[in-house]
Write a protein that binds this ligand. Sequence first.
Ligand code: GDP
Length: 453
Amino acid sequence: MSEFDVSDIGYESEGPEPALPVVAVVGRPNVGKSSLVNRILGRREAVVEDVPGVTRDRVAYDAEWQTRRFTLVDTGGWETSVAGLAAMVARQAEYAAQTADVILFVVDATVGITDADAAVTRVLRATKRPVVLAANKVDGGQQEADALDLWNLGVGQPFPISALHGRGTGDLLDALVSSFPEVPEGDDDRDGEDGPPRVALLGRPNVGKSSLLNRLAGEDRVVVDSVAGTTRDAVDELIELGGKTWKFIDTAGIRRRFRALQGADYYATMRTGTALERAEVAVVLMDVSEPLAEQDIRVVEQVVEAGRGLVLAFNKWDILDEERRIYLEKEIDRQLSRVSWAPRVNISAATGRHMERLVPAIETSLNGWNQRIPTGQLNNWLKELVAATPPPVRGGKQPKILFATQAGACPPHFILFTTGFLEENYRRFIERRLREDFGFEGTPVHISMRIRE
Ligand code: GDP
């Protein structure tokens, strides 16, 4: 067992950001779903001709219209089932209804309402999700009248469009976007604060934080102590390192000497918390001349819980003897294995050893923290992963992962849309593979589930 559990894998939209609205495109084969998907994505990418019998896996893409971002799920060609077209399309509609916030229902206006369209409509009506109806293949005035006929489906106004030529798709997308569930507006990344990257220098008392800060700042500044208990006077320092400016957060707490005071422990924890709130990345300093303490682990845990980038800095390397070094490596393996993704530097604030490695380590963590995987790429990757190693059966049922999106970065947060609960082991497996294949070095990664039964 590990010393602590830094699992922040939640389920049911517990992540730091809500998922983007999900739009599923449904309709029987050959109505032009793929063309419409391409039109919305503004590219012609790897989409197979939409003809009956051609199997294509459902795929999710990042899409955007008038600054509103959403996830577009192309339910594409489905396994043509023995039960016939109507049953197949109805199943597709059911799937879409499960996963999507809004359904984009595509009908071929030149053909009119078919049995399969009617079957889809029945399923969609039952779901009570907003449906936006696209009357496709309206390439000229002639078909406008055909489109009007689609009012008879009873799912509202048909939007006459030509997916091929782009005609009418603007109005369709306006309608689509306006049917999204309301979400509080807010920008995602970096907590909205610009300027130099913000670094918190953390660690229990005496590990060498002020020594390191002084070395980084290139001077032995004397900071006047102020009264204990005044925690609101955070002092940030701008320090130039590696040709770049960095903001070191709440350095007053580091430079001051509070640890002799009563309750210093509690104070340190609190101070760590407030520094973390404002930081993007934390350098956690540990003293290699002493055994790893519970307090060291707790600080690391706090960083992970706060969802910040993490660098592990092992200080006082100058006084480390060989015996202790071997023991230390074992301790690190045992107690810090859960953050094996964090870059590690072995330094000495006293001698300046490996100071030049600190900035690259911080940059690595910041990059991981900011990293994003496009939805299409993520789903292609996931499809292969799940095909090779499907989720374990649970309660006699095999949970399916329908698709995934990265809801945000800082730290990276993924949402898996599933048909059932995914065991923790399996989610960890996904996280491990994500890290192997995409990096995410130095950052916690959130994986949450959205179960659509
Ligand atoms: P802080 O409480 O984390 O700010 O720790 P300080 O910077 O005050 O350092 C605590 C003690 O460790 C001081 O006596 C420092 O001189 C000493 N120290 C800090 N860094 C090093 C180092 O790299 N090597 C050695 N040998 N001593 C260090």
